[in-house]
Design a protein around this ligand. Sequence first.
Ligand code: ATP
Length: 319
Amino acid sequence: MKTIGILTSGGDAPGMNAAIRAVVRTAVYNKLRVMAIRRGFNGLIRGDIEEMSAASVGEIIHRGGTILRTARCEEFNTPEGVKKAYNIAKIFGIDAVVVIGGDGSFRGARDLSRLGMPVVGIPGTIDNDIACTEYTIGFDTAVNTVIDALNKIRDTVTSHERINIIEVMGRHAGDIALYSGLAGGAENIIVPEVKYDIDEICKNLIQGKNRGKQSYIMIVAEGAGNAFNIAREIEEKTGFEVRVTVLGHLQRGGSPTAMDRILASRMGAHAVNILLEGRINRVVAIHGSQIVDYDIDEALSMSKGISESMYQLAGILSI
Ligand code: ATP
């Protein structure tokens, strides 16, 4: 193992740069070469590859996004595309590829590994939807961004004694909604994993108003239902005025939190150490405070649900 390729793929996440920095510097420290592969798997297919140095990852630990750029690559979903990527990696002398991204990107990495290219996956996605790890890089920053927005919305909602629905990211996973809802004291949290009952929500809302609640904030994960439709339904059923705020791509940007920078630094270093130990086709994860790793097939076969105890707690604390 002499040369490692590194790419970021799928949705960008704050902390990806800190992970790139950790991979590059741990590799250079251990006398390995690192090749930057730009725009995800596209870079492998097109040969958009260049050698990195310890200096090339300076001044990036605090920056959101990814200096390697990211993309979704349709061609890589075909066997021909994967073969092409494998051949190009070989031409550039790459002995293993570190892939920072979500589970789609890990599926791509697994395809590459099946042709004989060793891979290591680092979970980088704001959604926290990778089953083998308790936390993904970017999640903590995204949750803090949502809380910041929620606090600001709370000020205006309280002043007008209104109801506001905040739509957050999470097509299949409700962790951003759950964690930000719990941390921000949201009155209701709607996630894709739990079916909601609009009448129950309206009842809580009316009871809350009667108890003197001055503001009412609901967090809706985008995959759980259309926030505007939910707002209209509540207005029709209760007569209350409901406003909607869609946070959108705001949640992807920003300087990573200390938690994300540390997680990314530890995971990046661990990825290189796995390869130095001669282990291959792994996904890095965190459990408790321990950085661990899983076989990539095992990691991709695992499934993740929402924390029921946290969901119930959020309900109890919002009475
Ligand atoms: P996020 O969850 O943040 O969106 P992701 O890694 O899950 O990240 P995807 O768009 O699913 O994002 O995947 C990124 C890229 O990985 C795809 O554009 C494609 O190149 C590759 N990929 C995804 N799924 C597969 C697959 N089943 N086989 C081969 N490659 C895949």
